[in-house]
Design a binder for this molecule. Sequence first.
Ligand SMILES: NC(=O)c1ccc[n+]([C@@H]2O[C@H](COP(=O)([O-])OP(=O)(O)OC[C@H]3O[C@@H](n4cnc5c(N)ncnc54)[C@H](O)[C@@H]3O)[C@@H](O)[C@H]2O)c1
Length: 444
Amino acid sequence: MQRRKLPFNRISVIGLGYIGLPTATVIASRGIDVVGVDVVATAVEAVNAGTVHISEPGLERLVNQVVGAGKLRAVTRPEPADAFIIAVPTPFVEAEQSETPAPDLSYIQAAAESIVPVLKPGDLVILESTSPVGTTEKLMGWLRNARADLSFPVQGELGATDVHVAYCPERILPGKALEELVANDRIIGGVSEACSLAALGLYQLFVEGDCIITDARTAELSKLTENAYRDVNIAFANEMAFICDELGVNVWELIRLANRHPRVSILNPGPGVGGHCIAVDPWFIVSSAPQQAKLIAQSRKVNDARPAYVADQVFQATQKHANPIIACLGLAFKPDIDDLRESPALDVVKELSERSDNQLLAVEPNIDSLPVELSSKGVALVSLDEALAHADIVVVLVDHSSFLDIDSGLLAGKTVVDTRGLLPRLEKQAEPVASCTTIVDIAE
Ligand SMILES: NC(=O)c1ccc[n+]([C@@H]2O[C@H](COP(=O)([O-])OP(=O)(O)OC[C@H]3O[C@@H](n4cnc5c(N)ncnc54)[C@H](O)[C@@H]3O)[C@@H](O)[C@H]2O)c1
């Protein structure tokens, strides 16, 4: 396939968040002029001052470098460019009447409308936001309706058009964004072959992984499929945890044994699924194909049922103590990060604070203050030592690395609700604490 080389003298990235800002910065570090656009003025000011408003290792140093070199600047309204990469949020709207949460495409529509006045023949528009199948066509429809003077591609058709449009999903891991932006393979879904080739030319400016061409709808579904696959597999582990509690079997031991089978690899159960991708994206498949996506929908429900179940287990544990103090270890949605978005650990603590009068302590080594929904309910943010000194019930919600160093002797006399399989891991470094089930009373 011959590659059509478009000149990318200036690239614009719309949305300077966890995806857009690292992307803009890496492209600028290749010596290309990049204009970042964000509707939040403080984000724009931070970038122009050579600093960052999000937490990502190495990003601040690189932003400082490329802003200082005059290769990256930020604005609140798009300016003309040769390519526009859209990386704005795609949340879902919580379900009220219907059971399926619906995707909210209003940010993409607003981003599209904002580039309409500056779009010109020869431009390339790439959507990177995680999106339901058909969104790239919708995006193109919004652009076409506003700019009848420009020609746009038609799926599967050949022929030159003024504007090229493609969908290219992002799959970087927060915390490793700068590394993975360059190293990961990229899926490139052009609306037409010419669009794919144009987008390929852009990604080859900075991607060292393979760039694989497909059509826009397949590219949209590939991103959703990756996250739905993870969600369904976690749901299986969580369902086994429900079953084990019902049948009095230790789920951690069960999974360890089952995984001895050469073709079985069960994930770990937990208090639910969090973050803004795995807990959200499967609904984009369900909302597009509700009659077919039964397993995916059910998996979401299994995973979403975990926080309330864990809170019930904690209430069960409170029956064993007089007026117990409850310490919850971890609030983030996964280990060793500060991100509390869609965190099931946060949901558990919120539910406990709403339903119980017990004193609640929270340990989250990666944040300096509690979200207001917890602090307003009297939850106290304390150190791990303080929590272990005072608590009667310890609820393990996140397996942060610092929790793996807990001296199991400090758990003596307490009840542990272990949603992360921490206790079996502590046994390695101290006297065995107990044979482990989800709720464990540690002997004095
Ligand atoms: N964060 C991740 O790990 C990750 C990974 C893969 C894919 N994604 C997807 O990438 C997209 C962006 O995610 P994110 O984490 O960067 O979101 P984010 O909330 O961190 O950043 C989005 C930015 O877009 C800005 N914005 C909103 N509307 C705008 C508009 N009309 N014009 C200009 N700026 C606008 C916001 O102010 C914000 O700064 C989402 O679809 C997400 O699902 C995220």
